[in-house]
Design a protein around this ligand. Structure first.
Ligand SMILES: [Fe+2]
Length: 167
């Protein structure tokens, strides 16, 4: 029974965009765990906890995205090798500097926000309000986390010697 009233062909572009978002989100999730484990120094307490909150949130969002794909009667990508193959979000190695960690996460955020907007625009083509509603909710809360990370990033920005001498 086609409970959605949408054919597989109609939902395919939205499903593809959702799988892209799923892959990007998984890489971002692992970057957060990496940084949660490897943060040291004076920013440890702030960021260790902040990264944990963000990855717990990401874990829930990942599940919602995958289950939305299933609701559309499509298959979510399920293997890390596949995520790595298509992810636009970069997987990071060991990063020492806390400021650089946040900078890299903000780069992942920029990509995930674009990926969410792509899902919304594809879903809009077929008036798939369920996907638009879910992704729109995710997008606004994700934008808020981006703003908070950016506030921390700006606050801790190191001035270069040239900037310092201008003060
Ligand atoms: Fe932990």
């Amino acid at each position: 029974m086609n409970y959605l009233g949408l054919s597989k062909e109609q939902v395919a572009p939205t499903g593809k965009a959702l799988n892209q978002l799923l892959a990007n989100y998984h890489i971002y999730y692992q970057n957060l765990r990496n940084f949660h484990w490897n943060i040291t120094g004076e920013d440890f307490f702030d960021l260790h906890n902040q990264f944990e909150e963000l990855y717990e949130d990401a874990r829930e969002k990942i599940d919602e995205i995958a289950e939305r794909i299933l609701t559309l009667r499509l298959r979510p990508m399920s293997q890390l090798t596949d995520y790595l193959k298509i992810s636009e979000a970069e997987e990071y190695g060991v990063v020492i500097d806390a400021h650089e960690m946040v900078e890299k996460l903000l780069e992942n955020h920029r990509i995930i926000i674009a990926s969410m907007r792509k899902v919304i625009s594809e879903a809009d083509e077929i008036s798939d309000e369920g996907t638009i509603d879910m992704t729109g909710g995710m997008l606004s809360s994700f934008e808020k986390s981006s703003w908070m990370l950016d506030a921390w990033y700006q606050k801790t920005k190191k001035t270069t010697p040239a900037q310092a001498s201008n003060n």
